[in-house]
Ligand binder design. Structure first.
Ligand code: AKB
Length: 313
């Protein structure tokens, strides 16, 4: 039986992946960790961990006889621009500590998320290929691109079975995102229910790739379950979900809340959004491990509003 450590378990993705892993493997077999104490502490074993603390990481791996790590802790695109050197240090040192621990302690598998932020203004924006020009212009994107190469390096040189997905913007109702460029697509639902109005920090026509959390969690677990021999990508897989603009999202919400209004006040995040693709080509993930998204914009909107509504009555 595998013993899993989730690093960054209190974040948007960490909250949901920890829950899904505990449902599968039993709470005692999934240790959650975060730099802050998190609610997931109540649902199973929890350790406070700063991923830059290599010794602390090693102690937790030994204490629980960990065999797999999901390393999710990172500074996202918008927050990274506020403190670029710290974002670089945390994102890179954290990953290297995990990869080194995996090599030294012969861990079975590592999961590490990459992002559409690896792409940049010179990348083809439509149906962005798996392998293409990548000149990211955010520190987050640079750290994810370098991280992808490190993952491939540890796989090729040391046989570390590290797997990765380039997530688009993730949308879910169980936890809030923290400091990304795609965060508007979660906040908009909360504000629609709270005050029938939202001011968006991106232009109305800003297309971005997004994904509903149930698809993201299922896709992640499917990749981790896949036969190693079937995986042809050891940097990170493109994964497409739903592409839409704030204007289209507004129309989808108005089907349920007809009085909902939106205004636009683009800020520094607009330039980041403009440098990212509209949609990515995920045919390699579909071929290698049968990836297929289930949610479209309308289905996600119905589900988000139904699940968030009780908090705003
Ligand atoms: C962000 O906006 O920074 C993240 C991402 C796309 O990786 N949601």
């Amino acid at each position: 039986m595998d013993k899993i450590l989730v690093i960054g378990a209190g974040g948007q993705l960490g909250t949901e992946l920890t829950e899904a892993l505990r449902n599968r493997l039993g709470a005692q077999n999934v240790v959650s960790s975060d730099v802050r104490s998190t609610h997931s502490a109540e649902a199973g074993p929890f350790e406070k961990l700063d991923v830059m603390d290599k010794e602390g990481l090693g102690r937790i791996i030994d204490k629980y006889k960990i065999t797999q790590i999901y390393h999710l802790a990172a500074i996202l695109s918008a927050n990274g621009e506020k403190n670029p050197l710290f974002a670089w240090r945390l994102n890179m040192e954290g990953l290297l500590n995990v990869l080194e621990a995996a090599r030294e302690k012969n861990l079975h598998k590592i999961y590490w998320p990459s992002s559409i932020a690896v792409f940049g203004p010179t990348t083809p924006m439509e149906n962005t290929p798996q392998q293409t020009v990548m000149e990211p212009n955010t520190v987050y994107g640079i750290s994810k691109q370098a991280g992808e190469q490190w993952c491939q390096y540890y796989f090729e040189k040391f046989g570390v079975d590290v797997r990765s997905i380039r997530y688009p913007g993730l949308i879910g109702y169980k936890a809030l995102p923290g400091g990304g460029t795609t965060d508007y697509a979660v906040d908009i639902y909360h504000q629609a229910l709270k005050q029938n109005a939202y001011t968006c920090f991106l232009r109305e026509d800003s297309y971005l790739p997004m994904m509903y959390m149930p698809d993201a969690v299922r896709g992640t677990l499917e990749l981790m379950d896949a036969e190693a021999d079937n995986l042809t990508i050891r940097t990170s897989y493109n994964l497409n979900g739903i592409s839409f603009s704030p204007k289209e999202m507004t129309a989808a919400i108005q089907k349920h809340i007809p009085g909902f209004t939106i205004g636009y006040a683009p800020d520094f995040r607009q330039a980041i959004a403009d440098s990212w693709p509209d949609a990515v080509d995920d045919s390699v993930a579909r071929r290698d491990w049968n990836w297929k998204p289930e949610y479209d914009l309308d289905r996600m909107t119905e589900d988000m509003l139904a699940n968030l509504q009780p908090a705003y009555v």
